[in-house]
Design a protein around this ligand. Structure first.
Ligand SMILES: Cc1ncc(COP(=O)(O)O)c(C=O)c1O
Length: 437
């Protein structure tokens, strides 16, 4: 599409225009659009509510409807819903829509916690699988839906997607694809082939594009699910969506449609220059997505992470094996500074931090019954050895479940919980949720 034919971001413009107008606001939100203090209120004039000009997310008829239609066109979807409550609300909507009596949901092991949390909230039994191969030996008729995450946080895509998809469809299992980290894929020729369509696709432009935090989209590819999806969405999503976030979804679509390939080419070039400029203490793991830098190092990763923070440089996260940096058009010019800093850093060579290294290949319990929240009690981490976990846990970021509800906390799991208790999502007020005895 020629640039002058690309539909403008009308929702974005409408929000700005209202922000600039002299309208006397006797409506929510309470700050009245005034910059009453500091930078936090800088966008207050655009923080509006449902008005005749600004449409309604739960009954879109004008500017929101048009902005959503543009997403459908770009991502070839039949219909879509903007979420200002992240990919999490989009995932909940998809799972509730596909809930069927006496059917379970298949959850890929490295899914974000929002997937199994949604199953628990809606009383759906779920089963864990790891690879496309594994699906061949499962009784797929027992499932109404499967959730596949691709790409992962690090930019790796799910191997064997096409064969898994074919098998699932053959068995009438609906497919939800969590592409929260792949919203930008369709805008670049190297990445486009990794963008997959399913019954539902969840994208999260706030992660890898220029959308404000919380902006995600549920893309629907099955016309016959349109009404049901709208019902689920209306139950789940707040009736007070953030207009700055919705406007920035609209704007990010416009920017990437207009010059997304150039934007991503710049990222690709800068990442490549960065990779070449690193000294021999570092290595970048190549994943399918060039915007993710998975930095392996001869140093202790925690020590390196802390050192970078002390220099005011903030990676996305670290694990025992790597540091992860998210690169976009808006930070890629600083990669030069980062490589100089990394090359000049003086640290101890890798020494594993004391304590257990949790084995991510540990066998997980596959079958999970929907639990009742009243079955849970909350105990200090020190006391959880031997108990049965009731609330799944995993390090945050990235929020992937590492020990699942239903698993008994053996020595290895116990050491893991003790080691990471400061950064574990799933701990409740610092306590471990276990089943009552
Ligand atoms: C793969 C994946 N899916 C879903 C989510 C949830 O996204 P949000 O925080 O936008 O709700 C995340 C968050 O990091 C994620 O990594």
């Amino acid at each position: 599409m020629k640039n002058n034919k690309i539909p403008k971001a009308n929702l974005y413009q409408t929000v700005i225009d209202y922000g600039k107008s002299k309208a006397l606001r006797f409506h929510m939100p309470g700050h009245g659009g005034k910059n009453i203090d500091s930078a936090v209120y800088g966008a207050a004039s655009c923080d509006i509510t449902e008005l005749p000009v600004s449409d309604n997310l739960h009954r879109p008829e004008s500017v929101i409807k048009t902005a959503q239609k543009e997403y459908c066109r770009v991502y070839s979807a039949e219909y879509c819903h903007f979420s200002t409550a992240g990919a999490t609300a989009a995932m909940q909507t998809a799972i509730l829509t596909l809930k069927k009596k006496n059917k379970k949901v298949l959850v890929q092991k490295n899914s974000h916690q929002s997937v199994t949390n949604a199953c628990i909230m809606f009383g759906i039994d779920y089963e864990i699988f790891s690879t496309a191969e594994e699906l061949k030996n499962m009784e797929l008729g027992n499932f109404s839906a499967a959730v596949i995450t691709s790409p992962y946080y690090t930019g790796r895509i799910f191997k064997g997607f096409k064969s898994a998809y074919r098998l699932l469809k053959k068995n009438n299992v609906a497919v939800i694809i969590d592409q929260a980290h792949g919203s930008h894929f369709i805008y670049h020729p190297d990445l486009k082939k990794y963008f997959y369509n399913g019954d539902f696709v969840i994208i999260s432009p706030h992660k890898t594009m220029n959308t404000l935090t919380g902006g995600a989209v549920l893309l629907g590819y099955k016309k016959e699910l349109k009404d049901k999806t709208a019902e689920s969405f209306n139950m789940i999503h707040t009736t007070s969506p953030s207009y700055p976030v919705m406007a920035s979804l609209d704007y990010a679509r416009y920017i990437f449609e207009t010059r997304g390939t150039d934007i991503l080419d710049k990222v690709k070039d800068n990442v490549e220059t960065f990779r070449k400029s690193l000294n021999k203490n570092y290595e970048i793991e190549i994943t399918e997505d060039f915007t993710k830098i998975v930095l392996k190092t001869a140093f202790d990763t925690k020590e390196l992470y802390d050192k970078l923070i002390s220099k005011d440089v903030y990676p996305e996260m670290y694990t025992e094996d790597y540091l992860l940096f998210f690169v976009t058009y808006w930070n890629c010019n600083s990669l030069h500074y980062l490589s100089n800093l990394l090359n000049s850093i003086d640290l101890n060579r890798k020494t594993r931090t004391e304590g257990a290294k949790f084995n991510n290949k540990i066998n997980v319990i596959k079958e999970h019954k929907a639990k009742d929240i009243d079955d849970t009690e909350y105990i200090n981490p020190e006391d959880c050895l031997g108990r049965k976990l009731a609330v799944s846990v995993g390090r945050y970021p990235p929020g992937i479940t590492e020990i699942f509800e239903g698993e008994t906390i053996d020595q290895e799991r116990f050491e893991y919980i003790m080691k990471y208790k400061e950064i574990l999502t799933g701990l409740i007020n610092g306590k471990v949720g276990v089943y009552k005895k």
